[in-house]
Design a protein around this ligand. Sequence first.
Ligand code: 5GP
Length: 123
Amino acid sequence: MTDSTIFDKIINKEIPADVVYEDELALAFKDINPQAPFHVLVIPKQRIATINDVNEQNSHLIGHLYAVAAKLAKEHGFAEDGYRAVINCNEHGGQTVYHLHLHLLAGKPMGWPPYQDTKKGLI
Ligand code: 5GP
């Protein structure tokens, strides 16, 4: 089992969060530092540290996170215009909380590529 994070405290209602969805497998709540007009984190209640820890036993949870994201996007009116639904992994992916979470970002056009590198020849 990986180390506990702040998200366990949110799951256990030990610290507050603006919860927008909950079921037996997942919880979705507003990001404390939103990067889009609508920025929700969808997390499994079971602690999975990173995408590297996804396996045949728990991969159904990842599908469920995307099903929840799609449901929320539809409910909040973002399905047609579109949105970003991403999971960051480890340092280069920009992960800061080691309890896997899906970012659902919506309400404005997203840029691509997701970063701009001033050095040449990295890709
Ligand atoms: P990561 O960088 O790991 O992909 O994303 C972690 C996200 O969790 C960040 O967007 C950050 O703003 C959010 N976050 C960190 N701590 C808290 C918290 O205590 N409450 C909420 N609602 N969001 C948090």
